[in-house]
Design a protein around this ligand. Structure first.
Ligand code: IPE
Ligand code: IPE
Ligand code: MG
Length: 260
């Protein structure tokens, strides 16, 4: 599906509504973008609508950002959809979120397959409702032979529990005599995480104005560039996504070194 995204942006830019695309160095785009999709509830409340309406609108934004990232040739996109802490919400809201997962995969699965996207999941999906687990399984199966962009949906994901799980995995290997404690290194640890095989995010985006990480990819974002926008997730358009990318490409990533 070769959408002329660039043509579209250029046209919009001429119309004066887009970001300065000339300043986007495509060779400098992030390989992996992680997104904390926040603000659905506040977006709905501001419109006198139920929170569910915000989540539904947010699903549309997510679709648009997956398409845009794929059109730009981004290697991996990780989307925080439900945290281990989100179980504290009212049962009705939680049920609606799982219903939305089904709605999304029913409507978008064909396109994801066609786009050659690999759909992966982070978090313990075994405790999700049976119908949600069925969609998770099906999405994995239908895209397992794909070779394109990796889209990781974080569902019932928490970074601390992921780190604890990784520690257990490594401890078992030590106990079994497969590994010596002195041989545990950062690579071994990364490989024991759920994100094994995916490069660490270069860019982390959080919408809706809160400047925090909320238990997302704590290990993996050690050197990510952080981008916070006050816009609620349903208002985060493709243009806003591009704006984030332009900002990213203009930052100097030093990784502790100095400019020579
Ligand atoms: C993000 O929007 C979606 C999920 C966490 C599932 P919120 O539902 O957190 O929206 P706010 O932060 O209450 O506005
Ligand atoms: C983070 O948003 C989790 C997701 C976007 C899925 P929250 O709305 O749950 O985060 P807090 O509670 O504001 O930290
Ligand atoms: Mg929130």
């Amino acid at each position: 599906m070769a959408l002329d995204l660039w043509g579209m942006f250029r046209r919009r830019r001429r119309a004066g509504v887009s970001v300065d695309l000339e300043s986007l160095d495509r060779s400098q785009l992030p390989r992996h973008i992680a997104v904390i999709m926040d603000g659905n509830g506040r977006w709905a409340r501001a419109r006198g609508m139920p929170r569910a309406a915000g989540h539904h609108a947010g699903m549309g934004t997510m679709r648009g950002i997956i398409r845009a990232a794929d059109d730009l040739g981004i290697g991996a996109l990780t989307l925080y959809a439900f945290s281990t802490e989100n179980w504290k919400r009212p049962r009705q809201e939680i049920q609606y979120l799982w219903q939305l997962v089904g709605e999304f995969f029913r409507s978008d699965m064909d396109e994801l397959v066609e786009r050659n996207v690999r759909v992966w999941f982070l978090g313990d999906t075994t405790v999700l409702p049976a119908h949600t687990q069925a969609f998770v399984k099906e999405a994995r199966r239908l895209t397992e032979d794909n070779t394109g962009m990796i889209v990781q949906f974080a569902l019932n994901y928490g970074s601390r529990s992921e780190i604890v799980d990784a520690t257990r995995t490594i401890a078992r290997r030590v106990q079994a005599g497969e590994l010596r404690p002195e041989d545990i290194d950062e690579k071994q640890f990364s490989d024991a995480l759920a994100t094994c095989g995916v490069p660490d995010p270069d860019l982390l985006i959080r919408t809706a104005g809160d400047v925090r990480i909320s238990n997302f990819l704590l290990w993996q974002i050690a050197y990510a560039e952080l981008y916070f926008t006050p816009l609620a997730w349903p208002d985060f358009t493709r243009d806003e996504f591009l704006r984030a990318l332009v900002t990213y490409t203009q930052r100097e990533r030093r990784f502790g070194a100095i400019k020579t």
